[in-house]
Design a protein around this ligand. Sequence first.
Ligand SMILES: C[S@@+](CC[C@H](N)C(=O)[O-])C[C@H]1O[C@@H](n2cnc3c(N)ncnc32)[C@H](O)[C@@H]1O
Length: 239
Amino acid sequence: MQARLAKRVKLLHLNDFSEYYNILVNDKTGHELEYLCSLISTNVTSFFRESKQWEFWKNNLSTMMEKKNNKLRIWSAACSTGEEPYSIAMFLEENAPNSDIKILATDVSPRVLKEASGGVYSEKAVGSLGNIYLNTYFHKVHHNENSVYTIDEKIKRHIVFRGFNLVTGNYDIFKEKKFDIIFCRNVMIYFDKPTQAALVQKFYNMLQPDGYLFIGSSEALTDIKTGFKSRSASIYQKV
Ligand SMILES: C[S@@+](CC[C@H](N)C(=O)[O-])C[C@H]1O[C@@H](n2cnc3c(N)ncnc32)[C@H](O)[C@@H]1O
C-alpha cells in the first residue's frame, strides 16, 4: 500500500503522505478518494479462473438444474472487470441453454464496474478462451492497430452490474433476494478474520438451502465456524 501511495504522492509533486492526506480530506468531490480506492485494490482476474471449480460445476450442473427447475440466481460478489460474471453466463449458455439465469455482479470500484459493463476486452484478455467461445459469444472489432472483442448481447442480458462494498454495504437491499450460488473469489483474502467470518455468515443467510459458495483457491473457511459443508476445493454448500 505504501509503494502504491508513494507513486501518487510523487505524481502530485507532494512532499509526504500527510500532504496527500490533506488533499484527500479536503477534496469534497470525492474524486481523489475514488482514485485512492482504485489505486490500492487489486483487480487481477481472468475468464474461467480456477479451472477445477468449473469442472465441479459442470459435473453437478444437470442435478442442480433439475432441482432448481432450470432457474438460477447467482451473485458474483467482487466481479472486478467482468470476466467472472461473463464466464458464468457463457458457461450456462453453453451447458444449460434456454434456462432462466440472472446474475448480479457487484464490486466496490466504480472504475472496474465501468469496464465490466462495457464488456470490451483486449486480445490478451480473451487469449485463454477457445475459438468456440470467441466466435459464439464475442464480436471482433478493429480498433486502431489492434483488435478488441466485445461481449455479445445474449450473454450481457443475463447480468446486472452494481456498486456494492462487501464490508460496509447495506445488506437490507438483498432482503428479498436468495441466491443459488455466490461467487466471492479472491477478495476475502484482503479482509481480517472477524470480517471474513461476518461476511461468510451473511452469505450463508443469503443462499437458498443447498446453495453453493465458491471462494478463491488461496482462501479457505477452515478457521471460521459456519454451517457450510466443503464439497470440493474452495466450494462450500449450505446444509
Ligand atoms: C482480485 S479481484 C477478484 C476478481 C474475481 N472475483 C476473480 O476471482 O477473478 C478483487 C476484487 O475485489 C474488489 N473489492 C475489494 N474490496 C472490496 C469490498 N470491500 N467490497 C467489494 N469488492 C471489493 C476489488 O475492487 C477487485 O475488483
